[in-house]
Design a protein around this ligand. Structure first.
Ligand code: HEC
Ligand code: HEC
Ligand code: HEC
Ligand code: HEC
Ligand code: HEC
Length: 308
């Protein structure tokens, strides 16, 4: 704790030099230094933060900078076998979630299960229980280890591993929304020590209580009583249902989808969001805000599934 406070003070003294660029897209996205175009490297999911200048140096004490964008989520070899997400390099969160059905709205008709892999992948950062740099397979010389295949927690970060690729963080933070003043929100929230200078991420830290979020791990009705207020997806494989807007038989990144992970086709975080960002009008164009797969102007995204 003492260490963290000292670091905060050190950083705070740097801050008067930080100028927040006011952004032309602020009306359609949370203010950001990233361009949100071209690819994941220019989005907030680039955890090296290599493209935003001084802000990235500011964070070096709080997360390992592995120098590679994909590696915070994927690895080409030695991926995490505990979770059915593509070549997944993150520690799997072992948190138990309060699911949306526990809010007991009387209108919900579909079954809600624990979040599926395409939600757990996101929650491994967004539920705040793990460091954002908690990965299975570290890049660089001597970093390879399979220890994380069995112990799905991030205590190893403080004990046995040093970052071979760049600055080795002194504390490994997550998007903790439970302990005031701790984790990334120590700076990235209003009223924090240096809050005025860092973007407010309070809304992005979902926590483990999912009652205030659109249901995930919820079955999508394709027939029967619950189906009537929904549009029928036009494309599908054994594991995926999708709204095939361009009729090419493939689930393109800008097409809303449902995932089958053992309990029927379900809505997950990645049904509505693509974590790499989706170009809104061809490659090189501005991404849809907040990693959405489709523009939600006029609630178009909602109306892809719902008939209202
Ligand atoms: C913040 C985490 C994150 C980062 C960073 C990231 N990915 Fe992904 N990626 C995911 C998740 C989650 C999925 C599964 C989402 C889905 O179902 O579409 C995925 C899926 C994929 C897929 C398979 C599905 C698809 O969309 O085609 C490929 C290929 C892929 N990622 C490549 C990359 C590459 C290459 C990079 C680096 C340039 C990268 N990703 C960076 C989280 C990430
Ligand atoms: C490696 C950690 C990590 C993973 C995995 C991850 N995120 Fe994020 N995400 C972040 C960080 C860091 C931010 C920046 C804000 C913050 O720190 O709270 C962010 C921001 C976002 C934002 C806000 C973006 C904006 O510019 O407004 C959305 C939406 C989002 N994530 C959705 C997702 C979804 C959906 C998934 C899974 C498909 C996912 N994330 C997986 C770390 C992650
Ligand atoms: C000591 C304070 C501090 C801590 C702790 C901190 N940050 Fe930051 N962060 C900053 C400052 C200052 C900036 C530059 C101003 C800005 O862009 O918000 C910044 C910028 C960012 C940005 C770019 C924001 C944008 O879109 O322009 C991201 C993403 C980010 N931080 C993620 C994180 C994550 C994830 C953590 C936890 C692992 C974290 N930060 C911890 C101070 C901090
Ligand atoms: C049914 C579609 C849908 C699902 C499922 C969904 N989201 Fe979102 N999400 C949205 C939309 C739409 C927005 C933009 C809201 C806005 O503009 O304020 C959003 C915004 C966000 C944001 C930015 C903060 C905010 O409140 O604006 C984050 C972070 C995020 N989602 C993460 C997730 C994660 C993690 C999951 C899975 C647990 C998830 N989302 C599931 C549709 C969805
Ligand atoms: C991928 C398909 C999909 C998308 C996109 C989607 N939903 Fe849903 N939504 C569902 C399913 C499935 C349910 C569960 C319906 C049920 O149980 O009767 C649901 C349930 C709901 C409920 C009812 C919750 C309750 O307690 O009865 C509301 C309200 C809702 N969604 C709003 C939205 C909004 C607003 C958006 C856009 C931001 C959206 N949905 C986008 C599939 C989707």
């Amino acid at each position: 704790m003492r260490l963290i406070l000292l670091n905060l003070v050190a950083v705070a003294s740097l801050l008067p030099g930080v100028v927040l660029v006011s952004d032309a897209r602020a009306d359609i996205d949370k203010p950001t230094k990233f361009l949100n175009r071209g690819g994941v490297v220019n989005t907030r999911h680039n955890l090296t933060q290599s493209t935003i200048g001084l802000g990235s140096v500011t964070m070096n004490s709080y997360r390992n900078d592995y120098g590679e964008v994909c590696v915070y989520c994927h690895t080409p070899h030695g991926a995490n076998l505990q979770i059915a997400a593509p070549l997944w390099n993150r520690t799997a969160s072992t948190a138990s979630y309060v699911t949306y059905d526990q809010l007991n709205t009387s209108t919900l008709s579909q079954e809600v299960s624990n979040p599926g892999p395409r939600s757990l992948a996101c929650l491994s950062c967004h539920d705040g229980t793990l460091g954002v740099d908690s990965i299975v397979n570290m890049p660089g010389t001597g970093g390879y280890s399979t220890a994380q295949q069995t112990s799905q927690n991030d205590t190893f970060l403080n004990n046995s591993w040093t970052n071979p690729s760049g600055p080795d963080a002194s504390v490994h933070m997550g998007m903790d929304n439970v302990t005031p003043g701790m984790g990334c929100l120590a700076c990235h929230s209003p009223g924090s020590m240096v809050g005025a200078q860092a973007t407010d991420f309070t809304l992005f830290a979902l926590g483990t209580d999912l009652r205030d979020d659109h249901p995930v791990g919820i079955t999508f009705p394709t027939s029967g009583e619950g189906f009537s207020p929904f549009n029928l997806p036009s494309g599908g494989t054994a594991d995926l249902l999708f709204y095939d807007n361009d009729g090419d038989g493939r689930a393109d990144t800008n097409e809303i989808r449902m995932y089958e992970s053992g309990g029927g086709f379900e809505v997950e975080c990645a049904s509505c969001h693509d974590p790499h960002g989706v170009p809104s009008a061809g490659p090189g164009s501005t991404h849809f805000p907040t990693f959405l797969r489709a523009d939600n102007a006029n609630s178009n995204l909602c109306l892809t599934c719902h008939i209202r």
